[in-house]
Every structure is written in structure tokens, then in C-alpha cells.
Design a protein. Structure first.
Lengths: 74, 177, 519
């Protein structure tokens, strides 16, 4: 996928534009997980929360996925 | 007297009186003897033998008849024995057959009963399941509706502050792991 | 009738129980989907045979790990998966639900019930793919598995822990033998698992009805994948069934598993392989089709006493085309199994049912497990039958035969008739001893040829009802003593005298005259 020596850029999906403080926190988190830079995507469909892709790893903290999980387990 | 004379003459030489000579008489006698002996040998003996044989044959047939009669009698008796035996045997066979048939009938009946019972049990179970299924269906409907409603409300009501809190919570939790 | 408030309560409870927090997960994106196959970009740490989760709750199995993508087959929801969907790895292999609860149930290869009854409560699972018992864990096959079919138990005995292939054309009674064997395990303390692979749903329903009516479902589990199930499910079915069997085997129990049938399994695997673009070999099967079946059948074993002494007896079924046992899959499976029961179309059509070809059928390990009584009296049976068949073919064109030949022909025909058996009419070991002794004695000369089958059935009924002590006195684990043999012959003679009557005399008078016609 990505070349070995190049750090992957993280794709961050949020529902609405976060403030600087939050972006800084996200950037910090991504760095700690081996991502190089963040690429912010606004997607209303996730309703709320955040989804971060770093390479093959996904961190899904969106409201949509939580609701889906609830729906599936009933 | 004359008569007497004749008679005396006659007695004295009867052959002559008859005009025969004694030689011819002798010859006749001889031939008679020969004839008798010949006839006896050639005819009488075989006839006698034949008669004897016939008699024997008849005797034998009579004997056989008697034997046969005895046998028939005996057979009549034994037939009766066999008949009664056969009757007894038939009764036994019949009994066996009835036993087997009864057993089979019992088996079939009990098998049918068992099947009927299991069918009823199964149907009851299926009924129960059907109800559960229905319930499940309702649950699904309810949950779908509620999730959709929640989605709509959340989309409208969530504030930037809520969102921020949510994001930071998530980041914190992931950092801890 | 339906308690709505209870439903609401249940929903609230479930929602409260859910841990809504998502953890970090490895994921990839679908870049191709078609024919039940998906290709996924990403998922770099996925492992072979790992269970994948597709967004929406569908599952897939990773089978091809390539440089830039992963090839996987989906179990369901083929039509709902679309390009770009996320696929998560789960870190697990495919698991089959196991437990005593599955007995009497019909489940799919993932352990979900298919019989419309309550969902399974069991928490226990076993991986579908599991290594076979090691050499040291195994023991010697020493206990017989009675099929209740005279022809098989006398000449092709099967032992617990053996793998005996049932092979033949379609409509020759392969499944019938397997079902009869399952029915005969009633009260034998053997758990049965019937795995249907790509079968018609109608024939499967018929089998299940049979099992249910005979009360055999109490100890049987049916793992089903019908012809319209997704190919990966058909591929998984035998492994799932085997996982369930292993669960019982490692508890020290005896298990009988029927794979019906492995040729359809091979076809399902071929479909998957071709769609995954794996190289095709002979008959378009992939290169590892031998391993496909060998790793499955190796899991059937008899465990040693130290390991619990359980066993899995496997009866794989393979369908041939026009009696060709030298095709690819039949030869493969023949070489893996410990023997085969070969069923022949010609025999089936000429009324010999079960249509077992005695010459081509063998059992490589079952002989040592055969009951001593049966072994003692069936020793000559196979040779006698073979001689009869040879003689019968040779004499087909002969017009005038000497009385000796006629006699042996008639005896052979009667022996063949004795081995005929109606479906679902299983013989107990005692019955078998009686029939084998009589069919090899001089008594058969008294029975008219056409009445042999009726005689056998009638005699057994007669003995069961009127001479119950006799069959009770036969101990199958002991050799048959001479006095016992005499008693059996005496009883049989009585029965011949009272049942056959005039026919018997007519038969001995006419001698083997009718034998020629029958051949």
C-alpha cells in the first residue's frame, strides 16, 4: 500500500468542523499512532463523534456506528 | 335144453360166439393200454397241472385281497391319527401366526401412537416458536423505529460542544488502550 | 398473547448491556465484489482462513492473501455488499456452535438453527478447522459399528473410528445405507451427525422426516447446506459437522458422521477456487482438492484409552458417473478411506438391494472389530458368493446341468436372496447369526427359491415371538457352539415344515430344476 519509509496520512472524519483545541488533540493522537498528517473530512452522515483511519487501522467513535451496533444486537 | 346148450356154448367160447379171436382181443387190449398210457401222459397231466396252477393263483389273489383289506383298514386308522395330528399342528401354526400377527399389530399401533405423539409435541414446539418469532419481529420493528428516531433527533439536537466532548472522550479512551 | 411490555423491557435491557465503545480495528475496503467473492484492499495483517466482518453484519472468509489485496468468500448478503464497504478483521477463525443442545436439531454450517425452533443457548464453540488427532493420541479400532445391514456387517464390517466410503451412481441407495446405519444406532450409545452438502432441500426433508419418525433425531444432529445455499457454506458444512463430532469425541463418546456427499463438496470447492482465480488442475479441480478431503477425513479417528477412548466413524458418500470409480474425486477419496462399499446400478435394478458389489467392496480395518460370532460364520460367505457369481455367469448359456451344479446354483441364489434387505428393516446381531447359519446349511434346499426372502422375514418374526429365548441365548461376543447351531437349525426346520408345507416337498422333488431358470 504505502511505501515503507513514508508515514501514512490519517483521514479524520467528523460531522462538523471542530475547534483548534480539538484538532490539536487529534493531531497529537495521530502522531502517537504513527500517522504523519491529518486530512480532515466533514461528513454529516456520521451524525456525531469521530472516525480516524491510519493506514489499515480504523478508530470508529461515531454515533452512526454506535446506533448501528445497537440496532444489530437487538 | 336147447337154450342151455346155446348158453353153455356161449360160455365156453364167448369170443368165438361173438366172432372174435382171442388174439385180436389181446391186441386190442394192448393197444388200449398203449392208448391209455399215451393219453394219460400227453393230455391228462398238463391239464391237471394247469388246474393246479389256477388254483394256486386264485389262492394267491385271495391272500392279496385279504392283505389289502387289512392294509386299508390300517390306513383308515392311521389317516385318522394323521388327521387329528394335522388338526393339532394346524392349531399350533395358527396360534403362532396369530401371535406374530398380534405382535406386529401391536408394534404398528404403538409406533403410530409414538409418531402421533411426537408430531403433536413438534407442532406445539413449532407454535411456540412461531410466537417467539412474531415477538422477535415486533422487537425488530420497535428497535428500527427507535434507532431511526434517535438518528433524526441526534442529527438535529447535537451541539458542537456535545460533539467536542464525544471526540475528546473517544480520543482519551483510545489513547489509554 | 404477546406481551408488549416484556418486549420493551427486553430491548431496554439489551441496549444497556451493549458496550457502545468501538475499539481500534484493522480494516480494508472492498474493491471488487462478484459471484460471492470479494477482494479487499488493506487488511494487511489478516491471516489465512480468518473470519472477516463486512459492514452491515455479514461475514466472509479470507482465502487468498495477495500482494495488494485479499480475496475472500462471503457467507451471506452477497447482494447487499457494495464497492467501498469497510471490512474488518476479527482475529478469529470460523467457529461452529457445539454442545449436547444440538442433538435433535437442524443447523447450518455456522451453527444457526434451520428448523424453526428456539435459538441455541449454547456458549460453547469449536473452530471449524482443527488439526487431526496426533499419532500418539490414537488407538486401535476394536469395537464394531453395527449398520444393521446383513451384507455389510457380515462381509464389510465397519469399526468405530473407521472411515468407510459409500460409493456408487446416483439412485443406487447410498444415502439409504447411511440413513439405515443412523437408525440402527438407537440404543447403541452412538451420537450421529448427518452432514448434507449441496443436497436438494426436498430429499433432505425426506431424510429428516424418516429420522424423526423413527425416533432417531434424539441422538442425531443434521448439519445442512442445501443446493441453494452459498457455495462457501457448502464448503464449510463437512468441517462444521466434524467440529461438532470432535466435541463429542474428546468427551470420550462414539460418534458417527455421514458426509452426503463429498463429490458435491469438491464441486463447491472447485467453484470457489475458480472464482478466486486459483490455477485449475485435472477436471478443473484445484491442486489441493486431495488435501481438502484428506484433512477432513483424518479428523475421524479412534482415540486411545488414555485420551478418553472416543471415536469418530466417518461414512463419506461419493457419487460416481456411470460407475466410473477411476474419476478424480472417487480415486482420491478411496485412497484416503479405510475401505469402500461399492453400490452397483445393475444389481440395484435387478432387485438386489442393498446393491452392494461384494467383489469390489472392502473394509481394511473393520475385520478386527467384527463380532466373533459373525466372524466365525461369515468367513466363507464372501468366497461362496464369489464362486456362485462366477458359476452363474459361466452357466448362463448352459442348457443341461448336472444336479450338483444345479444345487450349488440354487444355493447361491438363495444366499443372495438372504442378503437382500428392505430399507429401514435393520437386523439385530442375533438375527444375523440366525440367518447366516441357515443360509449356509443344507436346510435351504427345502425352501423354494422364490420364497427365500419371505422365509427369512417370516422366520425372524416366528423366532422373535415364539422362540424369544433362542435369540436371547445367542451371545454375539462368543463363538457359536455346536449345540446352539443345532437348536437354531431345529427351530428353522420346524418353521419350514409348518410354513412351507407342500412347497418344500415339491421343491425337493423338483430339485434344482427351477434353479436353471432363475439364473
Amino acid at each position: 500500500m504505502n511505501k515503507k519509509n513514508e508515514l501514512p496520512a490519517a483521514r479524520v472524519i467528523v460531522a462538523r468542523e471542530p475547534d483548534e483545541e480539538t484538532i490539536e488533540k487529534i493531531r497529537h493522537f495521530v502522531k502517537a499512532r504513527g500517522g504523519s498528517d491529518i486530512q480532515l473530512v466533514i461528513d454529516q452522515n456520521i451524525i456525531g463523534g469521530i472516525v480516524i483511519y491510519i493506514g489499515d487501522i480504523v478508530y470508529d467513535g461515531s454515533i452512526r456506528s454506535r446506533l448501528e451496533k445497537i440496532k444489530r444486537s437487538i | 335144453m336147447g337154450m342151455r346148450f346155446v348158453a353153455g356154448q356161449f360160455l365156453a367160447n364167448p369170443f368165438e360166439a361173438l366172432g372174435l379171436e382171442w388174439q385180436s382181443i389181446v391186441l386190442h387190449l394192448v393197444s388200449l393200454v398203449i392208448l391209455t398210457v399215451g393219453l394219460y401222459l400227453l393230455l391228462f397231466k398238463p391239464v391237471k397241472r394247469m388246474v393246479r396252477e389256477r388254483q394256486q393263483k386264485i389262492k394267491k389273489i385271495e391272500q392279496e385281497n385279504a392283505d389289502l383289506n387289512a392294509e386299508v383298514k390300517k390306513m383308515k386308522e392311521s389317516t385318522q391319527v394323521v388327521l387329528s395330528d394335522a388338526k393339532k399342528e394346524a392349531a399350533v401354526i395358527h396360534e403362532n401366526a396369530v401371535c406374530v400377527a398380534n405382535q406386529k399389530a401391536d408394534d404398528i399401533v404403538s409406533e403410530a401412537r409414538r409418531q402421533a405423539k411426537s408430531l403433536v409435541e413438534r407442532t406445539e414446539k413449532e407454535l411456540e416458536e412461531e410466537r417467539n418469532g412474531l415477538q422477535e419481529n415486533i422487537t425488530k420493528q420497535i428497535s428500527e423505529v427507535s434507532v431511526t428516531v434517535a438518528q433524526k433527533i441526534l442529527r438535529r439536537d447535537i451541539t458542537a460542544a456535545d460533539d467536542k466532548k464525544l471526540i475528546e472522550e473517544s480520543l482519551e479512551r483510545w489513547s489509554k488502550e | 398473547m404477546i406481551d408488549v411490555s416484556a418486549i420493551g423491557k427486553k430491548i431496554v435491557e439489551t441496549i444497556n448491556k451493549i458496550d457502545e465503545n468501538e475499539k481500534e480495528r484493522s480494516c480494508g475496503q472492498i474493491i471488487y465484489s462478484g459471484d460471492g467473492i470479494i477482494r479487499i484492499a488493506g487488511l494487511r495483517d489478516v491471516r489465512y482462513n480468518e473470519l472477516l466482518e463486512v459492514r452491515g453484519g455479514y461475514h466472509a472468509l479470507a482465502l487468498n492473501l495477495e500482494e495488494d489485496c485479499v480475496g475472500a468468500v462471503v457467507f451471506s448478503g452477497e447482494d447487499k455488499i457494495s464497492y467501498g464497504d469497510l471490512v474488518y478483521s476479527t482475529g478469529k477463525t470460523v467457529q461452529m456452535k457445539v454442545g449436547e443442545e444440538l442433538l435433535g436439531r437442524i443447523v447450518n454450517p455456522l451453527g444457526d438453527p434451520m428448523d424453526g425452533l428456539a435459538p441455541l443457548q449454547t456458549q460453547k464453540t469449536r473452530p471449524v478447522e482443527y488439526p487431526a488427532p496426533s499419532i500418539m493420541e490414537r488407538g486401535k479400532v476394536n469395537k464394531p459399528l453395527q449398520t444393521g445391514i446383513l451384507a455389510i456387517d457380515s462381509m464389510i464390517p465397519i469399526g468405530r473410528g473407521q472411515r468407510e466410503l459409500i460409493i456408487g451412481d446416483r439412485q443406487t441407495g447410498k444415502t439409504a445405507i447411511a440413513v439405515d446405519t443412523i437408525l440402527n444406532q438407537k440404543g447403541e450409545n452412538v451420537i450421529c451427525i448427518y452432514v448434507s452438502i449441496g443436497q436438494k432441500a426436498s430429499s433432505l426433508a425426506k431424510i429428516i422426516t424418516t429420522l424423526r419418525n423413527a425416533g432417531a433425531m434424539a441422538y442425531t444432529c443434521v448439519v445442512c447446506s442445501t443446493a441453494d445455499d452459498a457455495v462457501p457454506l457448502q464448503y464449510l458444512a463437512p468441517y462444521s459437522g466434524c467440529a461438532l463430532a470432535e466435541y463429542f469425541m474428546y468427551q470420550g463418546k462414539d460418534v458417527l458422521i455421514v458426509y452426503d456427499d463429498l463429490s458435491k463438496h469438491a464441486v463447491a470447492y472447485r467453484t470457489m477456487s475458480l472464482l478466486l482465480k486459483r490455477p485449475a488442475g485435472r477436471e478443473a479441480y484445484p491442486g489441493d482438492v486431495f488435501y481438502l478431503h484428506s484433512r477432513l477425513l483424518e479428523r475421524s479417528a479412534k482415540l486411545s484409552e488414555q485420551s478418553g477412548g472416543g471415536s469418530i466413524t466417518a461414512l463419506p458418500i461419493v457419487e460416481t458417473l456411470a460407475g466410473d470409480i477411476s474419476a478424480y474425486i472417487p480415486t482420491n477419496v478411496i485412497s484416503i478411506t479405510d475401505g469402500q462399499i461399492y453400490l452397483e446400478n445393475e444389481l440395484f435394478n435387478s432387485g438386489v438391494r442393498p446393491a452392494v458389489n461384494v467383489g469390489l467392496s472392502v473394509s481394511r480395518v473393520g475385520g478386527s472389530a467384527q463380532r466373533p460370532a459373525i466372524r466365525q460364520i461369515s468367513g466363507q460367505l464372501r468366497v461362496n458368493l464369489a464362486q456362485y457369481r462366477e458359476l452363474a455367469i459361466f452357466m448362463q448359456f448352459g442348457s443341461d446341468l448336472d444336479s450338483e451344479t444345479q444345487k450349488s446354483l440354487s444355493r447361491g441364489a438363495k444366499m443372495t436372496d438372504t442378503l437382500k434387505q428392505r430399507q429401514y428393516l435393520n437386523y439385530s446381531v442375533q438375527d444375523m447369526v440366525i440367518l447366516l447359519i441357515i443360509s449356509q446349511s443344507d436346510l435351504v434346499d427345502k425352501i423354494p427359491e422364490k420364497k427365500m426372502t419371505a422365509f427369512c422375514e417370516g422366520l425372524l418374526d416366528y423366532i422373535h415371538v415364539n422362540q424369544a429365548d433362542l435369540s436371547a441365548s445367542i451371545d454375539p461376543d462368543q463363538k457359536v457352539s455346536d449345540s446352539l447351531r443345532q437348536t437354531i437349525l431345529k427351530v428353522a426346520e420346524d418353521y419350514i415344515n409348518c410354513s412351507m408345507g407342500d412347497d418344500a416337498e415339491a421343491c425337493s422333488a423338483a430339485g434344482a430344476g427351477s434353479a436353471v431358470g432363475a439364473v
